[in-house]
Design a protein around this ligand. Structure first.
Ligand code: SF4
Ligand code: SF4
Length: 98
């Protein structure tokens, strides 16, 4: 089973991992870290598929994953896919003036 470790003090509550988790098991909690940011928590680790999305999109390297189910080449491709998708969403929001 994949093992997820959230390095609480690195988290800046951006919510990217929450958006990119296909299992919807990550959530920004009410708890604050030592820098005053709300910490992300995993609400059901049993459901984690080990896809690695959360680790690749986190800009602060706050999530570690062991026993991932994808190999590093797949992870790189997935990372590129996730970042491309995030950038195109950000661009279209910018174009719409949102
Ligand atoms: S590894 Fe995948 S399924 Fe598990 S918490 Fe991260 S994004 Fe969600
Ligand atoms: S992507 Fe990283 S910094 Fe952003 S909310 Fe998730 S764990 Fe925190």
């Amino acid at each position: 089973m994949p093992k997820l470790t959230i390095l609480e003090d690195y988290c800046k509550s951006c919510g990217l991992c929450v958006s990119f988790c296909p299992k919807k098991i990550l959530k920004v909690s009410d708890e604050l870290n030592s820098h005053g940011f709300n910490i992300v928590v995993c609400i059901d680790e049993e459901k984690c598929s080990g896809c690695g999305n959360c680790t690749v999109v986190c800009p602060d390297a706050a999530i570690r994953l062991e026993q991932t189910t994808v190999d590093s080449r797949q992870l790189t491709a997935k990372s590129r896919e996730a970042v491309d998708s995030w950038q195109s969403t950000a661009k279209s929001k910018e174009a719409d003036g949102r």
